[in-house]
Design a protein around this ligand. Structure first.
Ligand code: GDP
Length: 364
């Protein structure tokens, strides 16, 4: 599964969020900053209203959402790029994720330790950004050193060097690579470095309880900064989310959420947004046994999409029966869609669309 990594300064509520998110792994929330040296990984269901709608129509035995992996990357501190506080190890963990969830403290609480003076979401964000940028600068400069010589004679390497120099200048201005306007080819030229600041980011403003619906002055400042980057921000209270997640009885949950005037956990919004950040597509299989969501990338063809279910489906692929999501919902069943000609037979070259309901035919 694709991974989103939770990052942020110590004691901003990362572990609390991870606890809420994770339905398998468990992290210990505590005031002790290095309590989680190994990254914690949890798998989480991705909420999808379309999946629920299909299930309503098909009434299957089982509903299986798609999942993403959430990794709690603790221990990032000022100076991490210089190896401070096991910094390099944590930065290495970030290199492996597909997207970043950056938690920022927007709550006041004298009982929760803080090294960076008064609450200041903008400077907190900048501390982390700077560490990631310095680490990227290091990667870029090293690569420049490696290609410089060859670039004098090889035009292809010269083009690559030009991109690297653009990256270097951008980083030196305190900017992240994701905000650098690069063409698809230019991006390919730097893909092998897995730059940290190229990864898509989502900000979580961890606010106190009274502000969970409205936000506060801190989350407003953060929202402004996020907007300038074209990034999304989610306002939530991680403590409340962790409490909801702990309740096993749905009735208790409902009551608790009602008390806090919530229609659903903010976590659902977070997970859905993180999934969107990854630029993924979802297709569905819908049978009486199970209605299920499957994750693919934009542009994948039918056999490759079938391979997500089982490699045999890809190897022995013959054809796919496809119904568009809207058609399925409009006609209410596979049979009804077929009757009006909305079930299409597609071959190996079919590019799967987001929301397609697929049924694969294959040789074994
Ligand atoms: P991490 O170091 O970023 O992983 O932070 P933790 O999740 O361990 O949280 C540090 C402390 O802050 C814990 O004592 C949490 O209970 C507390 N905390 C987390 N979120 C909130 C919040 O929204 N409000 C308040 N007041 N405390 C919080």
């Amino acid at each position: 599964a694709l991974q989103a990594g939770i990052v942020g300064l110590p004691n901003v509520g990362k572990s609390t969020l991870f606890n809420a998110v994770s339905n398998s792994a468990k992290a210990q929330a505590s005031n002790y900053r290095f309590c989680t040296i190994e990254p914690n990984v949890g798998l989480v269901d991705v909420p999808d209203a379309r999946l629920n709608k299909l299930a309503e129509l098909v009434i299957p035995n089982r509903i299986v959402p798609t999942q993403i992996e959430i990794v709690d990357i603790a221990g990032l501190v000022r100076g991490a790029s210089k190896g401070e506080g096991l910094g390099n190890q944590f930065l290495g963990n970030i290199r492996e994720v597909d997207a970043i969830i950056h938690v920022i403290r927007c709550f006041e609480d004298d009982n929760v330790l803080r090294d960076e003076g008064a609450i200041n979401p903008i400077s907190d964000k900048e501390i982390i950004d700077t560490e990631l940028q310095l680490k990227d600068l290091d990667s870029v400069e090293r690569k420049i050193g490696r290609v410089e010589k060859a670039a004098r004679t090889d035009p292809k390497m010269k083009a690559e060097l030009d991109v690297l120099v653009q990256c270097k200048n951008h980083l030196q201005q305190g900017k992240s690579i994701r905000s650098l306007d690069l063409s698809k080819e230019e991006k390919t030229a730097i893909a092998d470095m897995f730059l940290l600041t190229e990864k898509p980011v989502l900000y979580v403003a961890n606010v106190d309880e009274p502000s969970m619906h409205t936000g506060n002055k801190y989350s407003e400042a953060l929202a402004k900064a996020a907007k300038e980057e074209g990034a999304q921000i989610i306002i939530m209270n991680n403590n409340i989310e962790a409490q909801i997640a702990e309740m096993e009885d749905p009735a208790d949950r409902a009551l608790f959420m009602e008390e806090y005037k919530m229609t659903e956990p903010a976590l659902n919004r977070l997970i859905t947004s993180a999934y969107k950040l990854l630029n993924l597509y979802t297709y569905f299989t819908a049978g009486v046994q199970e209605v299920r969501a499957w994750t693919i990338h934009e542009g994948w063809k039918a056999p490759q999409a079938a391979g997500v279910i089982h490699t045999d489906f890809e190897k022995g692929f013959i054809k796919a029966e496809v119904i568009a999501y809207n058609d399925f919902v409009q006609y209410g069943s596979e049979a009804a869609a077929r009757e009006v000609g909305k079930l299409r037979i597609e071959g190996k070259e079919y590019v799967v669309k987001d929301g397609d309901i697929m049924h694969f035919r294959f040789n074994v």
